[in-house]
Design a protein around this ligand. Structure first.
Ligand SMILES: [Cu+2]
Length: 277
């Protein structure tokens, strides 16, 4: 288990909506934020299991106050990815008055899962959010689903996501992917806000499982910008059935984009393989 150094009141290399696994560099000797009472770290495949933890502040007290309001940058985001990037869970669990965070999670198959706790504390100062990490193991033989090459189209439950062109992506350089999303009957999809955004773009790097997260928001929606160093990016829904997704990742490599949106009352997760130079 890697304990990420996230220190209070110091300068961050990476803030905003995500980060590489251990690329949050901080200067100082204070005690970091950390996960406490994280349990269990072993699940059974397919069995709903209550996961719970608190986030301890540098003072040692549990963090109980998180950002609220419109947009996706509130509360605690729980993102769990299987190490082959073949399965993803994204949830915004409730926070108890004592700071305890609990959610019932079902991990679909055996394997090793990386847990990302992306927290938006309601604290004074420049700290917007930070990530803490754990591993959950599900005993058994893990499926090995290859990422596959870049493909312009992903079909999820009959809904078709198509990139309008082949992206040219570079680390730390913001770029946009334009996607058309059509229903099984061929009509343009309409997006319902879900967890504060019209779409969530969750990026994990193959192998290292570095993480970044951007959002697509409608015009006028606030609190939606992702920040990497001094770079900012906000995606937009430009016309019916179309998403303009911001891409901003910290390091080169093969990345998987999980594009999530809610259409016709169902949450769809469309996977894309992206090469970042
Ligand atoms: Cu999100």
């Amino acid at each position: 288990m890697r304990r990420t150094a996230v220190l209070a009141g110091v300068v961050f290399l990476v803030v905003g909506c995500g980060s590489g696994g251990t690329s949050q560099l901080t200067v100082g000797a204070a005690r970091p934020f950390g996960l406490a009472g994280f349990t269990p770290t072993r699940f059974s495949a397919g069995k709903p299991t209550r996961l719970s933890f608190t986030i301890d502040q540098p003072s040692g007290k549990p963090l109980t106050s998180y950002r609220t309001g419109p947009g996706p940058h509130t509360g605690v985001h729980l993102i769990i990815v299987r190490s082959d990037l073949g399965a993803l869970i994204h949830d915004h669990p409730p926070v108890g008055a004592d700071g305890r965070i609990s959610e019932t999670i079902t991990l679909p198959t055996p394997g090793r899962y990386r847990v990302v706790v992306d927290a938006y504390p309601n604290l004074p100062g420049p700290l917007r959010n930070f990530q803490l990490f754990r591993v959950i193991t599900v005993p058994g033989t893990a499926p090995k689903v290859g990422l596959g090459p870049f493909r312009r189209t992903a079909v999820v439950s009959g809904y078709r996501f198509t990139l309008t062109n082949r992206p040219r992506l570079k680390a730390i350089s913001p770029a946009f992917l334009t996607l058309d999303v059509v229903r099984p009957d061929g009509t343009p999809a309409t997006f319902t806000p879900w967890f504060g955004a019209l779409a969530h773009a969750i990026f994990f790097r193959s192998g290292s499982l570095d993480y970044f997260h951007t959002h697509v928001c409608s015009a006028g929606m606030t609190g939606c910008t992702s920040i990497l160093g001094s770079t900012r990016i906000t995606g937009r829904a430009t016309k019916p059935g179309q998403l303009r997704v911001g891409v901003l990742v910290p390091v080169p490599g093969i990345w998987r984009l999980f594009l999530q949106c809610k259409v016709d009352r169902r949450v769809l997760t469309a996977p894309f393989t992206l090469t970042v130079r």
